[in-house]
Ligand binder design. Structure first.
Ligand SMILES: Cc1ncc(C[n+]2csc(CCOP(=O)(O)OP(=O)(O)O)c2C)c(N)n1
Length: 816
């Protein structure tokens, strides 16, 4: 062959490598037509061969990957003739199990929602192959996340829960056990043991998730990362995350983009995630043309240099092969990989929904379409009947067993590391002392201000470390930054791992943390908190991507699998946390009630009206307080450095695992009023409310939370007044009724108690606190606040100052 001919052939093959997926035979129902492409408009033997490879049942997108070694790897795998053969009897068995399970539930529980997998039952052999190959590569655990579609099927066929438990779920036993709580059966998580065709086992954790599509994705990755961290060096080999997505949700939900972006970030990588789009080319009643702008739901994944294997869900052998390639690619390159499993949806969105109203033609076609196991058996020449009979008998027995189950089954077993911890109502007996003796604080300080002799420190940081040394030795009062470092350091020395992430959290948005020292000569990093003493626990502090939902979801997941660690997410400003509202509402606030799953995650939310405008003032205290019930979380605003120290230590050292919403200061981080003498760290515990000891005989008592108390004190001092008393409420939830009664009761001469807040009347703690204070104070309660408003704060710093001054003057009783 001449050079010219070889080159021509190369060009043809290259065209198919590049564009072949556009003409691949991907849609079992044939309405997803091949897309014409001029470079594929070629004939001849080479073209035919390339077409067979790249435009068959698998269409792979990989030419956008810049690394030639990775492209070469995929090319070789796609073009190889001697791929491992598929175990067809196993595949048939699984398809039978997947299809017959759905059919059985359909006929026994008519009119009940289950979100059938039918039309995409090849998901079961796909997962089987991925998990089997993963165990060949060293996987011992897999964290799986998925939505409603096919979940029950996966729970019995992959997680290996007894089918009787699913039947029991359909019987909906004993409503009294779940009054006001619990969740629907297709959201609840499950754990179990998967056994591959190689007889190796993989422990499966299917993550509990809310209805909010894709929100579980970062949670699953956080869980995987925590498990990997626990294991150490081989963690990424031993724990595999697999995320399953719906096609409409994958394309539409922003959190998928945020989650994909975590793939290669040092604080968040899990060594590659296998993504499966369980693609039925429909979302509820919406067609793909109305759901995604590109040709494929998966187009978003091309933001990463990763392969996307589109595969026809009706060619089960090809599905297995695509799964194997994706999995092996993950292990070869520690990279994400996507399998886009294209099938259809046999019924309506749920089984009580009639799809013929919106897609009449499609559903006429689907009505007569055989089940996948029947198609597969015919194609491979097997008799499916014995498989069907065997499984049907298993299901009949399971149904009987399910009906006789007295209680709703718990489909999961928590790992042992959860054993020491509990949730439930607050119990004062859970409190532990959090203070530390001065010599211990000196010792930690020594470690916090030390760095290698050849380290070129920034002069400003040098000065800061000098100041911190003085703080740690009681020569100057402590600020929040140092209090936090001492809390982290002391906990790490006591064996509590620390993990904190957020935007710019390593330095700290307000220049307050400086957890990582940067050498000014070569930018090498040194983290004093990691070098306190041999055998200390790990300390991980990361700058996050510029996203809220995925990062908070990730940290929630991490905390779920690391109860003994202090896990924190920090918002840049508390205002931005509403970008993660789904994670807050659906997981953090409600996880214990819905799923009986606990978390000790901490949210650090900078809060305070400082004239920085509507979006840099409020972490929305009111919203968190509205979400409080049944001791589901803690809402706290520590006003001094020492209080912050005790709070962080309390969160880690108690065995009560509850989310902690902590409003943190901005300008007050180093403010004289918020500083604490070292002795305050020796005091035993966090105080839920701080009395004004110098004004116990005041007639007027101001009650506040956060920085306004400091501003009031400063003004009182400036005016040389001894009263009114200024009491600081540090914990809002669980509402410390006894402590509040006791402290307020000390003001025997008081005739007026005034709740003062800088937030507008419809915001801040007011509407939560007022009825509770009324219970204690009756008609003696007054309130002072900004007028109700649609935004938290004015955009003008001058207007802010004027407002703040009026508020303070009124509170101090000068012109009220
Ligand atoms: C964030 C969010 N918005 C809307 C819904 C309501 N909803 C539930 S399923 C669904 C369609 C999902 O389509 P797709 O992602 O393609 O998955 P499928 O159900 O087809 O498997 C919608 C809109 C939801 N659960 N979550």
């Amino acid at each position: 062959m001449t050079n010219v001919e070889t080159e021509k052939q190369e060009r043809v093959i290259d065209a198919f490598r590049r564009w072949g997926y556009l003409q691949a035979n991907l849609d079992p129902l044939g309405h997803f037509a091949p897309l014409p492409h001029p470079e594929l408009d070629v004939t001849g033997d080479t073209a035919d061969a390339a077409r067979r490879i790249y435009s068959g049942s698998i269409g792979v997108e990989f030419m956008h990957i810049p690394d030639p070694e990775r492209r070469q790897w995929i090319q070789e795998r796609m073009e190889s003739q001697d791929d491992e053969p598929v175990d067809r009897s196993r595949v048939l068995d699984q398809l039978v199990r997947a299809d017959i399970f759905e059919q059985t539930i359909h006929s026994r529980y008519i009119g009940t929602k289950r979100y059938s997998l039918e039309g995409n039952t090849a998901l079961i052999p796909l997962l089987d192959e991925i998990l089997t190959s993963a165990s060949d590569n060293g996987a011992e655990q897999a964290v799986l996340a998925m939505s409603h579609r096919g979940r029950l099927n996966v729970i019995i066929n992959i997680v290996s829960r007894p089918a009787a438990e699913i039947f029991a779920g359909f019987e909906d036993v004993d409503p009294r056990s779940v009054l006001g709580g619990g969740d629907v059966k297709y959201h609840i998580g499950a754990t179990g043991m998967f056994t591959g065709s190689n007889r190796k086992q993989v422990r499966i954790h299917l993550v509990s998730n809310p209805s909010h599509l894709e929100a579980v994705d970062p949670v699953a990755l956080g869980r995987a990362r925590a498990k990997q961290t626990r294991i150490g060096r081989d963690g990424k080999l031993k724990v595999l995350p697999v995320l399953m997505h719906g096609d409409s949700a994958f394309a539409g939900q922003g959190i998928t983009a945020e989650t994909l972006n975590l793939a290669n970030l040092r604080g968040y990588t899990v060594g590659g995630t296998v993504h499966i789009i369980v693609n039925n080319l429909i979302g509820f009643t919406t067609n793909p043309t109305d759901a995604y702008s590109g040709r494929f739901s998966s187009d978003l994944a091309k933001r990463l240099p990763i392969p996307i294997f589109h595969v026809n869900g009706e060619d089960a052998d090809a599905v297995v092969r695509a799964g194997r390639m994706a999995l092996e690619y993950r292990y070869e390159f520690s990279s994400d990989a996507v399998v886009d499993l294209i099938g259809f949806r046999r019924h309506g969105h749920s089984e009580v929904d009639d799809p013929t109203i919106t897609q009449p033609i499609l559903y006429r076609k689907i009505k007569d379409h055989p089940l996948l196991y029947q198609i597969y058996a015919r194609n491979v020449g097997f008799d499916a009947e014995p498989f069907v009979q065997k499984f049907q008998a298993e299901l009949d027995a399971a149904e009987k067993a399910g009906k006789s189950m007295a209680r709703k089954p718990v489909m999961r077993q928590l790992p042992n590391y959860w054993a020491p911890y509990h949730g439930g109502p607050y119990n004062p007996a859970d409190e532990v002392d959090t203070g530390l003796p001065a010599d211990k604080l000196h010792e930690i300080t020594d470690g916090l201000v030390k760095y290698p002799a050849d380290f070129h420190i920034h002069p400003k940081v040098h000065k800061l470390l000098e100041q911190r040394r003085e703080m740690g030795y009681g020569k100057r009062p402590l600020d929040f930054g140092m209090a936090e470092a001492l809390a982290f350091g002391s906990l790490a020395l006591q064996g509590t791992p620390i993990r904190l992430s957020g935007q710019d959290s390593r330095r700290g948005t307000f220049n307050q943390r400086h957890s990582v020292l940067i050498d000014i000569a070569d930018e090498r990093e040194y983290v004093p908190l990691c070098h306190l003493a041999p055998g200390q626990a790990r300390v991980d502090i990361y700058n996050s991507e510029l996203a809220e939902a995925a990062v908070l979801g990730f940290e929630y997941g991490y905390a779920r699998d690391y109860p003994e660690a202090l896990v924190m997410w920090e918002a840049q400003f508390g205002d931005f946390a509403n970008g993660a509202q789904i994670i807050i509402d659906q997981f953090i606030v409600a996880g214990e009630d819905k799923w009986d799953l606990l978390t000790g995650l901490v949210l650090l939310l900078p809060h305070g009206h400082e004239g920085q405008g509507p979006e840099h003032s409020s972490a929305r205290i009111e919203r968190y307080l509205q979400l409080c019930a049944r001791d589901n979380m803690q809402v706290v605003q520590p006003s001094t450095a020492a209080q912050y120290f005790h709070l962080l230590r309390r969160q880690a050292l108690r065995k009560w695992r509850k989310p902690l919403i902590c409003f943190t200061p901005k300008s007050m981080l180093r403010h004289p009023e918020a500083l604490s003498p070292l002795a305050e760290l020796e005091r035993p515990r966090f105080q839920t409310i701080i009395a004004d000891e110098g004004a116990l005989d005041a007639k007027r008592v101001l009650l506040c939370t956060g920085k306004i108390a400091h501003e009031l004190r400063m003004e009182r001092k400036k005016l040389k007044l001894a009263v009114p008393a200024i009491v600081s409420l540090e914990q809002m939830y669980p509402w410390p009724e006894e402590d509040v009664r006791q402290v307020l009761g000390r003001y025997r001469n008081a005739s007026q108690f005034i709740w003062v807040q800088e937030e507008p009347a419809n915001m801040g703690a007011l509407s939560f606190i007022a009825p509770r204070l009324k219970r204690i104070l009756g008609s003696r309660l007054r309130t002072i606040k900004r007028a109700a408003n649609s935004t938290p704060a004015t955009g003008s710093s001058k207007a802010h100052e004027l407002e703040q001054k009026t508020l303070i003057t009124m509170a101090l009783g000068k012109s009220a």
